[in-house]
Write a protein that binds this ligand. Structure first.
Ligand SMILES: [Zn+2]
Length: 463
């Protein structure tokens, strides 16, 4: 009985020894208990870097010890390259049984450059110095190739090979580049979609989604579309949809808040500072004559405030003196005041002294709110009147479009006239005094609602 037990123990020990030997040295089949077995499917086989035992000599595969979890990382990555060769280090989590040449030809992959040499650092097989030559100014991307190249002659690849647990990548940005906007439209008002084109000083190696998400910012607009221009690698077009009547701004800039290992981000950072294009809205100058008038002016001021519109009121001097609270409100709400004579005089009927007197008396009534602008009542003037006004520091402001509101053709007609006369820098004349202006008030509301939806801005003509 005892002899039988000893014999069994001897057989068991012999089997254990054989098992031990077979797992420490290369065997024709991978040990069934090893984790890598699950990865033996060739489709899932990773990089053809082999795991080596601590005594592994580069280029031999006699002491491979298959385990999972080998990782690698790049170190000492340069901040940028200047179109000149550079080097960086590749560190494995443990020694690998490969030669530098095998790493260079079978494992390392460079985009926009070439790996020219791989040398062990201090004869270690876990730390390698990688020399790279850029093939131009673009950012160079170096990665450990995760595709199996086991079929290549010379590559070490046995059933003991296991995938690398990570996919290290290093990106060395190219030298700085710049961006320039091509000529854009002058005003964005009235437009639903605005194409803006810009050109980089050299091809920018990013996907359009990366550029749109991380390299572009729009103000007062959204970016509807981004595409390359005519298959150029450096020219792009962004289509903007205006969202307000503010200045529309497109900024192309470096993406500072994205991950360091994102090649698109690093490529964008070559831009350094940001470059912006600003497209203002078209400005329309609304003017109101013959006020202030308590029956009309407050309603007009309410409408202007509702549409964030500022206007110029050409006021009659004696009304300024009569309704100072209306003048204060105009000024407080951002409007400006022009001179429309003391009592709406026909200047052609006055002597030179009387012209001076009616204009100057009104300037004095306006006091600190006076501006250097006047408008002759009935639009009646001649060269002498213009010169007399100029001697008082006043320049004449007429209009570019007529609304005919003083003829009271109906609010709809007046509103249509306002819209028809609206164009960039138009000066439109309306009336808040001199009679019943109910139609003007109604017309102003609907015209401003429409023009505001077309993103026009309304600013005073006189400051
Ligand atoms: Zn007038």
């Amino acid at each position: 009985m005892l002899g039988g037990t000893l014999a069994l123990a001897a057989i068991w020990m012999a089997l254990a020894w054989i098992t031990l030997v077979s797992t420490q040295f290369v065997s024709p089949e991978p040990p069934r208990t090893m984790t890598h077995h699950a990865l033996s499917d060739s489709n899932r086989a990773g990089i053809s870097v082999l795991r080596g035992g601590e005594q592994a000599a580069a280029g031999t595969a006699t002491t491979l010890r298959p385990t999972v979890g080998l990782t690698a990382r790049f170190e000492d990555v340069p901040q940028e390259h200047a179109e000149a060769p550079f080097s960086l280090n590749l560190r494995f989590s443990e020694p690998v049984a490969l030669s530098g040449e095998q790493l260079r030809t079978d494992a390392l992959l460079a985009l926009s450059g070439y790996v020219t040499a791989v040398e062990p650092v201090d004869n270690r097989s876990d730390l390698w110095n990688v020399s790279v030559a850029p093939d131009g100014r673009s950012s160079v991307r170096i990665s450990l190739n995760s595709r199996s190249r086991c079929g290549r002659p010379g590559a070490i690849c046995t059933q003991h090979s296991i995938p690398l647990a990570n996919r290290p990548t290093a990106i060395v940005p190219g030298p700085p580049l710049s961006v320039e906007f091509l000529e854009a439209i002058e005003h964005h008002s009235g437009l639903d979609r605005i194409p803006v084109q810009f050109v980089f000083s050299e091809p920018l190696l990013v996907r359009s989604r990366t550029l749109a998400n991380l390299g572009l910012q729009a103000g007062a607009a959204s970016i509807d579309r981004l595409r390359r221009i005519d298959d150029r690698q450096d020219g792009w077009e962004a289509v903007l949809i205006p969202e307000s009547s503010d200045d529309l701004v497109l900024t192309v800039g470096a993406a500072f808040d994205c991950p360091d290992d994102d090649p698109g981000c690093l490529e964008l950072r070559r831009l350094g500072s940001s470059t912006s294009l600003s497209i203002p809205p078209a400005t329309i100058h609304l003017t109101f004559d013959d006020g202030p008038e308590p029956a009309t002016t407050p309603a007009i001021l309410d409408i202007l405030a509702r549409y964030d519109a500022r206007a110029t009121f050409f006021v009659v001097g004696r009304s300024v003196a009569a309704f100072p609270e209306l003048i204060e409100r105009m000024v407080n709400e951002g409007h400006t005041l022009g001179n429309h004579t003391w009592k709406h005089d026909d200047l052609l009927q006055l002597s030179a002294d009387e012209v001076i007197e009616t204009l100057w008396r009104t300037q004095l009534a306006l006091g600190e709110h006076a501006t250097p602008c006047f408008r002759p009542p009935f639009y009646r003037f001649n060269a002498e009147i213009v010169n007399l006004a100029a001697s008082l520091g006043l320049r004449m402001i007429l209009n570019t479009g007529d609304t005919d509101d003083w003829t009271r053709p109906g609010a709809t007609a007046i509103a249509a006239n306002i819209v028809a006369a609206a164009e960039p820098n138009a000066i439109l004349v309306l009336h808040d005094g001199g009679g019943d202006r109910t139609q003007t008030v109604q017309a102003l509301e609907s015209a401003l609602r429409f023009l505001k939806s077309r993103r026009y801005a309304f600013e005073p003509v006189c400051q």
